[in-house]
Design a protein around this ligand. Structure first.
Ligand SMILES: [Zn+2]
Ligand SMILES: [Zn+2]
Length: 633
């Protein structure tokens, strides 16, 4: 029995059980009036207080209502089990004004790891509301989790708000009771100091990250009639750089809307944190907003650049992934992880354009942009996993590699590749090949625009969740072939579904560039050192196809001496430089404090540094293609 069949049979068995024991099944499909109340009376406890008010129809035959905490939330694919931070779950009947409410609490049973069931009681008044309440602990400033502390509340709804099972598609409202003097802001504001919100469904509620604090700042600009709000909560020093940040964000917005055309919203909000804590670092896309969280301060130049990088990436998601999306991405089943083969497009190509748009916006120059690309090639081509895992397989492994918690040791460092840089490089190569093959008449820009038009703007809605429908990788491949006016199947077979090295040289040649690689060391040993050690050379990783692997080295070994030289993290490369491929070297190791002698035969270089150079013999035609690529034509 294959997995699909067993799932279908299980679903049939479950649904027949459900029909047999549960009268309310059909009734549950009628929309309910659902209102979320959010309070945070004790910020120092990091406990958000949530009440879900469900108005039951007067003729309801419901015996119980199930509330479910999602296992994960959109934009990040790892399973986090938000239910682990839920406590003090209760249910009661609402107490309308003027009524004497002495109703006892309703029984709440925990059905499984993420589901709570409120049992409706005979004493309840017909047409009354059920008040289901709980507390959620949140102390992480991130694009996925939530934080409540004495400085602010910053929440992402997926980890706070349980949905009513069977009613994710119903309209919901939210009322926020903020501490005195704290102001609410998110990407769905109709007026200043708004605390009441309406959402078309629960998915849109959790797509609306919200900041609540006494001291965030707001700057605004308008591009093509659309309002942009720059909300900054700086924990550290800004050094007077906020006006420049706002101007630079406007340049990014102009560059990206120039490629795509006008975005669908009327207003968009950048929620930006300069956390100054050295670790909170994230970016997350939403339909009418984004959360950008930088671990440094605005005054710091490197932090400033990283913020622009994140902003260019996240704003590109307004089109690519939030609206134009792989078919599996929404609406979602939050009881299990989602899998899609398309993240190399949704995230990787977004990464490519994030970098390219900084260049088009004038916030980066040719040298910096090309050096970023060379850095990505260096990362991918040196990764052992890039010969084992394709871009499609990497997309399917997202839940293991995108900020996923790892409780056991894994070999992912050797066996996987990230769809961010891998997809970025496939986007780069496709873009340049399309420009070359069509003599500049088309580009990846055109592919993306036509995908947006066909799947988002012009397709019939496939669900309650969003306009249009999702695409498959085959749809994307078809569009690339169509725009290129050539069959591109071979490209997808070899470089997207396969693990062959993409044709970088051929691609760069289209725009008068060439890729140069130089060995990082004259010989290969195949180990990296533990970066936290500065006295001993402790083996952190071993390439599977390397002399170190053949010589029997293990991670955790201390290389006490290498050819008679005491090895340290600082003399490692210099020591290797004394040798040539084929040399046999005696190595003494300390493994679990016991000495071990072995020998390795050094191999030819395995690690290379890449750079992208101008080809001085480029024709005027290739120069024109390069200018169009970098300038956005
Ligand atoms: Zn804040
Ligand atoms: Zn992204």
């Amino acid at each position: 029995m294959d997995r699909f069949k067993s799932d279908v049979i299980r679903a049939l068995v479950l649904s027949s059980l459900f029909f047999a024991v549960s009268v309310p099944c059909l009734a549950q499909e009628q929309p309910l009036r659902i209102k979320y109340w959010l309070a945070m009376p004790h910020p120092n406890t990091h406990l958000f207080e949530v009440t879900v008010e469900v108005s039951l129809p007067a003729d309801s035959r419901l015996k119980s209502v199930d509330f479910q905490m999602p296992k994960w939330s959109p934009g990040r694919y790892a399973v986090f089990d938000f239910a682990k931070n839920v406590q003090e779950v209760k249910a009661r009947e609402a107490c309308p004004a003027g009524l004497d409410c002495t109703s006892p609490n309703l029984a709440v049973t925990r059905v499984d790891d993420q589901t709570w069931r409120a049992e409706l009681a005979s004493f309840m008044h017909p047409g009354m509301s059920l008040m289901f309440s709980y507390k959620v602990f949140g102390n992480d400033l991130s694009g996925t989790f939530s934080q409540l502390d004495s400085r602010h509340a910053n929440f992402n709804g997926g980890c706070l708000f349980m949905y009513v099972v069977g009613h994710k598609q119903d309209q919901v409202s939210l009322s926020i009771n903020a501490p005195r003097g704290w102001r609410v802001v998110n990407g769905r504001m109709d007026k200043k100091d708004q605390t009441e919100f309406q959402f078309a469904n629960w998915d849109i509620l959790i797509d609306t990250p919200t900041e609540i604090a006494p001291n965030w700042t707001e700057d605004n600009f308008t591009v093509d009639g659309k309002q942009y709000h720059i909300i900054v909560h700086s924990i550290g020093n800004e050094g007077g750089k906020r006006p420049m940040l706002v101007r630079d964000i406007e340049k990014i917005v102009r560059a990206e809307t120039a490629m795509w055309g006008p975005p669908e919203f009327d207003s968009y909000t950048f929620l930006i944190h300069f956390a100054a804590d050295g670790h909170s670092d994230d970016g997350m896309e939403h339909l009418t907003s984004t959360q950008i969280i930088e671990p440094g301060t605005l005054v710091d130049a490197a932090t400033y650049q990283e913020a622009l990088d994140a902003i260019a990436h996240e704003f590109f998601h307004v089109w690519n992934v939030k609206r134009l999306r792989p078919v599996e991405l929404g609406p979602w089943d939050f009881t299990r992880p989602v899998s899609t083969r398309g993240l190399w497009i949704a995230e990787g190509i977004t990464n490519y354009y994030g970098h390219l748009m900084l260049r088009r916006a004038g916030l980066s120059d040719d040298a910096k942009f090309l050096s970023t690309l060379a850095g990505e090639i260096t990362e991918i081509e040196n990764a052992a996993g890039s010969k084992l895992m394709s871009a499609e397989q990497s997309s399917l492994s997202a839940l293991f590699i995108d900020d996923a918690p790892q409780s056991q040791q894994t070999n992912l460092a050797n066996s996987s590749v990230s769809y961010y840089p891998k997809g970025e490089l496939l986007g780069l190569v496709l873009d340049l090949l399309i420009r070359g093959k069509t003599k500049g008449k088309a580009s990846l820009d055109e592919v993306m625009r036509r995908m947006y038009e066909e799947f988002y703007l012009k397709s019939a809605n496939s669900s309650y969740y969003l306009r249009g429908r999702g695409y498959t990788n085959e749809d994307f491949e078809r569009m690339v072939s169509q725009v290129t006016a050539a069959d591109m199947n071979d490209f997808f077979k070899r470089y997207v579904r396969g693990v062959e090295t993409p044709p970088y040289e051929e691609a760069f040649a289209q725009v008068g560039l060439r890729l140069v690689r130089t060995p990082r060391a004259p010989v290969a040993l195949g180990v990296t050192g533990d970066e936290n050690e500065n006295v001993n050379f402790v083996v952190a990783s071993i390439r599977p196809d390397s002399p170190a692997a053949e010589g029997g080295l293990e991670t955790g070994d201390i290389i006490a001496s290498f050819g008679g030289t005491k090895l340290t993290p600082s003399n490692f490369l210099k020591t290797l430089e004394r040798y040539k491929p084929g040399d046999r070297v005696q190595v003494s190791l300390l493994r679990n404090k016991r000495p071990i002698m072995t020998a390795v035969t050094l191999g030819p270089p395995q690690i290379f540094d890449y750079r992208v150079e101008e080809n001085p013999n480029g024709s005027p035609e290739v120069r024109a293609l390069k200018a169009a690529w970098l300038g956005g034509k």
